[in-house]
Design a protein around this ligand. Structure first.
Ligand code: ADP
Length: 446
């Protein structure tokens, strides 16, 4: 087992990884920008190293600084968390070349899934159903028009290197296609340095359902059920739950088996998430994330499995000691992403936190690196806390979530806590009747 892990991240996920290491008797190294010297993960880690100025490019994305920090502190593994370098195959190559273990899949798997065109092709060959669309890259507007008339409008043009909802444009008809095609390409070039795009049929009202897998690269794979992440604003998830109100036991077993078989065939190692759109009882693969997800706690709550510890164990070479029949799903879990944003305008709201009081009690978990007196820097993602609730049923989960939201106090800044309260009181949401467009419509109708 590793003796010391460097955590190449910040915020709640850095703390989350520190906690897993601590319980396993593994020492931790925090790396931080100069703006994060007072951060909670820095305070709690065994050692810390400043890796650069506030800008992410110069700190959390600064590969030479992070490698130097790992060498100076003698760390034998690096956990990337999510975002930043977590899906950067070049980083994995460099980490490996320095004799340090990257906690995650191989660089080849990251490369394969990071290119969405290759990812779809690979999954299709492995028997995973995909959204109908172009075969590979669409090079010219004339090709785009031909593809669109084959699949029928509306269509969506997506960046092959895409992520975070960028480089994605919908065209409702032929007139809109030219603009959508060129703006998807230029947005992708700007964000990812690559203008390759592909096309899909734009599904009108699907749910976003994703399946969590855990694999050891030695042929052992389990799936840990699904998460329903349909509540999104600008293609960004806001609230996630498991099990999905739309998925039956039969559907779960079916898609779980399809996904596990594909992951086993790939000899994939680590945790991974296979994302689908789900409409009329059919699953359509859209992408795979080769890392831990923000919303991983909902799966942990209903399965009792610590995903970060599991990641560390398989990275250290231990075979997975779980079989599919060992995985038991218990009750219901919901996660609310709390961000430092105005709940109406969504304007960023960084600054000093004058009071921070988290809810507690049975089935209440708060993953957050905030504390009273902390000054939220303006340079990074606005996520400040994840409130995760577990209860025997969805109904009880909502009752518990309601009282936890009532107890949660964050003063000095604006947060999206009031938005979550509004969502959970909405009758449609309570009935589980929502798709990927629901939240945007709900926000517009307030
Ligand atoms: P990213 O990697 O940028 O997050 P995804 O491919 O995961 O991109 O898609 C993000 C979201 O965009 C999905 O959850 C869904 O809401 C929407 N989306 C993507 N593809 C389609 C599609 N073919 N039809 C309808 N909505 C889509």
């Amino acid at each position: 087992m590793f003796e010391k892990i460097l955590i190449a991240n910040r915020g709640e996920i850095a703390l989350r990884i520190h906690r897993a290491c601590r319980e396993m008797g593994i020492k931790t190294v925090a790396v931080h920008s100069s703006a994060d010297a007072d951060a909670m993960h820095v305070r709690l880690a065994d050692e810390s190293v400043c890796i650069g100025p506030p800008s992410s490019t110069d700190s959390y994305l600064n590969i030479p600084s992070i490698i130097a920090a790992a060498e100076v502190t003698n760390a034998d593994a690096i956990h990337p968390g999510y975002g930043f370098l977590s899906e950067n195959a070049k980083f994995v190559d460099i980490v490996t070349a320095h004799g340090i273990k990257f906690i995650g899949p191989s660089a080849d798997h990251i490369r394969m899934m990071g290119d969405k065109i290759t990812a779809k092709e690979t999954m299709r060959k492995l028997g995973v159903p995909c959204v109908p669309g172009s075969e590979g890259e669409v090079l010219t507007l004339a090709d785009a028009e031909r593809e669109a008339s084959k699949m029928g409008y509306p269509v969506i043009i997506k960046a092959s290197a895409g992520g975070g909802g960028r480089g994605m444009k919908v065209a409702v008809d032929k007139e809109a296609l030219s603009e959508a095609f060129s703006s998807a390409r230029s947005e992708s070039k700007l964000a990812f340095g690559n203008d390759a795009v592909y096309m899909e049929k734009y599904l009108s009202g699907p749910r976003h359902i994703e399946v969590q897998v855990l694999a050891d690269g030695q042929g052992n794979v389990v799936h840990l059920g699904e998460r329903d992440c349909s509540l999104q604003r600008r293609h960004q998830k806001a609230l996630e739950e498991s099990p999905s109100p739309a998925i039956t036991d039969e559907l779960r077993s079916r898609i779980g088996k399809t996904v596990s078989d594909a992951i086993r065939d790939m000899r994939y190692e680590g945790v991974g998430t296979i994302e689908f759109l789900f409409e009329n009882d059919e699953f359509y693969f859209i992408e795979m994330n080769t890392r831990l997800q923000v919303e991983h706690p909902v799966t942990e709550m209903i399965t009792g499995i610590d995903l970060v510890q599991a990641q560390i164990n398989v990275a250290a070479g231990y075979p997975l000691d779980l079989k599919q029949e060992d995985i038991k799903f218990s009750g219901h879990a919901i996660e609310c992403r709390v961000t430092a944003e105005d709940p109406r305008t969504f304007a960023a709201s960084p600054g000093p936190v004058t009071e921070f009081h988290v809810p507690g009690g049975l089935g209440v978990r708060v993953d957050s690196a905030l504390y009273t007196g902390y000054n939220i820097p303006p340079y990074y993602d606005s996520l400040i806390a994840k409130l995760i609730i577990h209860a025997a049923s969805r109904e009880e989960c909502l009752l518990r979530l309601n009282r936890a939201l009532e107890e949660f106090v964050v003063s000095g800044i604006r947060t999206t806590l009031p938005l979550h309260q509004e969502i959970i009181h909405n009758p449609e949401f309570r009935d589980g009747h929502y798709d990927i467009h629901w939240l945007e419509k709900f926000i517009a109708s307030r």
